[in-house]
Design a protein around this ligand. Sequence first.
Ligand code: NAD
Length: 265
Amino acid sequence: MKIGIVGAAGRMGRMLLAATVAADGAVLSGGTEAAGHPKMGQDLGRLVGGADLGVALTADPKALFAASDAVIDFTVPSATATHALLAAETGTHLVIGTTGLGAPHQDAVDRAAETVTIVQAANFSIGVNLLLGLVERAATILDDSYDIEILDMHHRHKVDAPSGTALALARAAAQGRGVELDAVACKERDGIIGARPRGEIGIQTLRGGGVVGDHTVIFADMGERVEIGHKAGSREIFAGGAVRAALWTAGQKPGLYSMQDVLGF
Ligand code: NAD
């Protein structure tokens, strides 16, 4: 299967190049970056510190989509929306890991999923996808006498907050409770905020250092506290999951799928 990587010189892009080259059944079809990127034209193998692969970094996503069976996108929301249009135009499957998408970006993804197969996940690790299921189940059992707080900590370069995974965990908790997240979410506290409303789901953000991604979900009652969490030690887990998702798209019907669909959870 021919797999292309957009945003190939990014932190995740480089991991995805290496994971694609290493995966059985995958052939790297190319990689793109934003026009003017300092690594433009460099060999993709050299970009990840390996031997030359004879494929150069380009700024031509249309050619990459046309030459690929699936493309993996861990970039920025505006680029992801453009890539979704190209996927639909060229009939290429798309795997999206970019987080922080606004409504217009998500609309572009949803529209493209009417004609091609798209896997979109805020987190491609197996552990976090297991955690999503556990949180939904816990929220079903622990009623709203348990206050739910979700905490994410990431490296200092992360541009969106809360993390896409924290929001996905909050949605899983809200689903378990049978409530709409928007009606109960609290993403900020400052000053004289008063007592905590019953049923609120708090989502708090920490940023610092090189932390790859830590998430904790706390269910706190007066006499006890349940905490479930996940700590990512390396970006390789996300890259491996995304390549697995790209391989999984072969032969799937058009639609928008999650990593839980890919893993069969
Ligand atoms: P990064 O800034 O290192 O990489 C993003 C890359 O995209 C950059 O190299 C940038 O130049 C490139 N880019 C921007 N516009 C582009 C365009 N038009 N065409 C091609 N490339 C373009 O960031 P990162 O840490 O690699 O994270 C990227 C995204 O992936 C973020 O949204 C992050 O939250 C998300 N992420 C998701 C998961 C997951 O499992 N879903 C895991 C880690 C990171």
